[in-house]
Write a protein that binds this ligand. Structure first.
Ligand code: KG4
Ligand code: ZN
Length: 358
C-alpha cells in the first residue's frame, strides 16, 4: 500500500489530493476559471501566479480532509509534463521541497498517465490491457494501456484537440470560457440534426483515411462559415441548434474511432478520460455504440475527468509500489509523449521490497 500526496498544476487548476493506492482520501481543486474568464482564455503568467497563491492552502486542506499527518505519507508527487511550463514549475517545486523537508520519495507524473488512472479511482479492479480515449483541452488520444508506464499511442488529433474545438466554437458563439460546459448545456435545448457539419478525416499518404486519427479544424471552420452566412442573412443565430449539431458531430467522430480501435485491437474495455469525457453527447453516443458492440465503457465522474490531483496520486502510488521514484533533478517539460513516461523514473530498492511484502 502506498499513500501519496499529489499536486497537479499543469494548467488552470491548483489541485492537491491524498491517495492510498486506488482510493481517494481527499481531493482539493481550486479552479482558476474566474481568474481567466475576463481574458476569454488562460493567461499562462496569471495561471502560475495564481498557483503560487493557492498551493499552500490546498496542501493543508488536502491533509486535513484526509485526516492524515505527514508521517502517513509514503511519497510526494507532482505533474511535471506536459503542460504550461510556469504552472508545472509551481507544483513541481512545491512537491520537491516537501519531499526534501519530510524525507519522502519524490515522483514526477505525466499528466496523461494521470487521466488514464482516473478510471482506477472508480474501478479499482480494472487491470490492463484496455483502451483509453483521452479527450481534454490539449489532447485527443486513443491509447493502448498495456501496463503501468507502458502505453502505445494508436490515434491522435492532427490539429485542434477536442476540448480546444469546443472552446473555439464556444468563443465564436460568444459563450465565454470554458466553452465545453457551455456548449453541452445549450446543446440540450437544440436539434443535433439542424445543420450537417463535416466530420474531419485525416488522409493517409498511401491513400484512404487514418482510422483512429481525428481532425477538428475543418469542423471549426465550417461552424464559423455557418455563423457568418446566418449573420449575413440577418437571421438571429440559432445558437442551441448550432451547439447541438457541433456536439453531435464531435461525439459521433470520437465514438466511431474509439469503437473501431477497440474492436481492431481486441480490447473489450474503453476507459474515457479528460475534460471532454464530461460531455453528455459523447457519453450517450459512446455508451450506446459500446453496448451494441458488447464493449464495456467506463466514464469516471466529472470531478475525476477534469483536471484533478487524485488521478495524479493514483498513478504515482502505482509507480511507487513498483519501486519507481524520480530524481529531484527532473524538470518540467511542456511536451512529453506518453510513450516516454518511464524516463521520469529510476528504480528504488526499498520501495520494491515494500511492494513485494504487501
Ligand atoms: O482535462 P481538462 O480539465 O484539462 C486539460 O488537460 O486540458 O480538459 C479541459 C477541457 C476544456 O477544453 C473544456 O472546455 C472541456 O475540457 N470540457 C468539456 C466539458 N467540460 C469540460 N467539453 C465538452 N463538454 C463538457 N461538458
Ligand atoms: Zn488534463
Amino acid at each position: 500500500m502506498a499513500c501519496v500526496l499529489a499536486i497537479e498544476t499543469s494548467c488552470d487548476e491548483t489541485a492537491v489530493a491524498v491517495v492510498q493506492d486506488r482510493t481517494c482520501c481527499s481531493n482539493v481543486v481550486a479552479s482558476q476559471i474566474p481568474v481567466h474568464q475576463p481574458y476569454g482564455g488562460i493567461v499562462p503568467e496569471v495561471a502560475s501566479r495564481s498557483h503560487l497563491e493557492m498551493i499552500n492552502t490546498a496542501i493543508a486542506q488536502a491533509l486535513t480532509e484526509a485526516n492524515l499527518g505527514w508521517e502517513a505519507i509514503d511519497g510526494i508527487a507532482a505533474t511535471c509534463a506536459p503542460g504550461l511550463v510556469g504552472s508545472l514549475l509551481m507544483g513541481l517545486t512545491a512537491a520537491k521541497t516537501l519531499a526534501m523537508v519530510h524525507c519522502k520519495p519524490f515522483l514526477g507524473v505525466h499528466h496523461l498517465e494521470g487521466h488514464i488512472y482516473a478510471t482506477y479511482l472508480i474501478e479499482p479492479e480494472l487491470e490492463p490491457p484496455f483502451l483509453c480515449l483521452l479527450v481534454s483541452g490539449g489532447h485527443t488520444s486513443l491509447i493502448y494501456v498495456k501496463d503501468c508506464g507502458v502505453y502505445e499511442m494508436l490515434g491522435s488529433t492532427r490539429d485542434d484537440a477536442a476540448g480546444e474545438a469546443f472552446d473555439k466554437v464556444a468563443r465564436l458563439l460568444h459563450l465565454g470560457y470554458p466553452g465545453g460546459p457551455a456548449i453541452d448545456r445549450l446543446a440540450k435545448e437544440g436539434n443535433p440534426h439542424a445543420f450537417k457539419l463535416p466530420e474531419g478525416r485525416v488522409s493517409r499518404p498511401s491513400g484512404g483515411y487514418h482510422p483512429y486519427d481525428s481532425s477538428f479544424s475543418g469542423l471549426k471552420t465550417a461552424v464559423l462559415r455557418l455563423v457568418q452566412q446566418l449573420e449575413q442573412k440577418g437571421d438571429e443565430l440559432p445558437v442551441p441548434d448550432i451547439a447541438a449539431s457541433f456536439q453531435e458531430t464531435v461525439a459521433r467522430s470520437l465514438t466511431k474511432r474509439a469503437v473501431n480501435c477497440a474492436i481492431d485491437y481486441g480490447l473489450t474495455t474503453i476507459a474515457v478520460g479528460g475534460g471532454v469525457a464530461a460531455n453528455s453527447g459523447l457519453r450517450q453516443h459512446l455508451q450506446a455504440a459500446a453496448s451494441s458492440h458488447k464493449l464495456r465503457v467506463l466514464f469516471p465522474p466529472i470531478k475525476y475527468c477534469t483536471d484533478n490531483a487524485a488521478m495524479i496520486g493514483c498513478a504515482a502510488a502505482d509507480h511507487l509500489n513498483r519501486g519507481h521514484t524520480s530524481p529531484l533533478t527532473i524538470g518540467v517539460q511542456s511536451r512529453l509523449p506518453i510513450t516516454k513516461v518511464m524516463e521520469l523514473y529510476s528504480k528504488r530498492q526499498r520501495a520494491e521490497g515494500r511492494r513485494q511484502k504487501g
